[in-house]
Design a protein around this ligand. Structure first.
Ligand SMILES: [Zn+2]
Length: 230
């Protein structure tokens, strides 16, 4: 049994596992190499190749996600630049058949519009909203990932088969969040951990491909390729 940490920018703690993810964060779109839709796609494909990941694995699921990517109305990066880069990563997620890890700050309306017609699973990471907004996202097929800062009522109400947990930019072990979340939901950390691992198959990822840190290994394993920011 491992504790799945669906989104972290830090090395894993003992007993944790995560998913690999490749993407360009909206805060980083000023970088010359990652501007423009074509460059964004090629940048991500190159990162996937550099990690030795096999992109085409017919019928076997995929060993990674696209992200984190999305829209952020509180950053100085021009919004039209963000829209183009996000659209490119949506297309990559669809072309490669990978789930997408979403960063969304005050841009839900555009995100819902852009999700329309897509087939891959989208994980709304770091969700802090109220139940009403969560229900709207669930209606649109989203998976919801909760971090240390979250709305307790939303976490209690989220259907187990759509729920993930994450530590994002905090270096803490995720086991304490599983304990908190399990208590809020009236279950055990073990049952919640098993459910979150099971949810991976729903988003097309295979557990056997996950980076895992065993015991006291000093291996530096992190899930998110773009490790500069939340
Ligand atoms: Zn993050």
């Amino acid at each position: 049994m491992h504790y799945l940490n669906i989104h972290t920018h830090h090395p894993l703690h003992a007993g944790e596992t995560t998913i690999n993810a490749f993407g360009v964060h909206p805060w980083h779109l000023n970088d010359d190499a990652t501007n423009g839709a074509a460059q964004v796609k090629e940048h991500i494909r190159a990162a996937i190749r550099a990690a030795g990941m096999n992109v085409l694995r017919d019928g076997q699921g995929h060993p990674f996600a696209i992200g984190e990517c999305g829209l952020d109305r509180l950053t100085a990066i021009p919004y039209d630049v963000q829209l183009a880069a996000f659209q490119a990563q949506i297309e990559l997620s669809e072309e490669l058949g990978c789930p997408l890890i979403l960063h969304c700050v005050r841009a839900v309306d555009d995100v819902l519009r852009m999700k329309h017609g897509t087939r891959q699973a989208w994980i709304f990471h770091g969700f802090r909203g109220k139940p009403q907004q969560m229900l709207q996202l669930l209606d649109h097929g989203f998976y919801i990932s909760f971090g240390l800062r979250h709305n307790a009522e939303s976490l209690s109400l989220c259907p187990a088969e759509r729920l993930f947990l994450e530590t994002d930019d905090t270096p803490l072990p995720i086991s304490s969040l599983y304990a908190t979340a399990a208590a809020q939901r009236g279950t055990t950390p073990e049952a919640l951990a098993a459910q979150c691992l099971q949810n991976l198959s729903s988003i097309g990822l295979t557990q056997t491909d996950l980076p895992v840190r065993q015991g006291s290994s000093s291996q530096r394993t992190r899930g998110c390729e773009d490790d500069r920011t939340p």
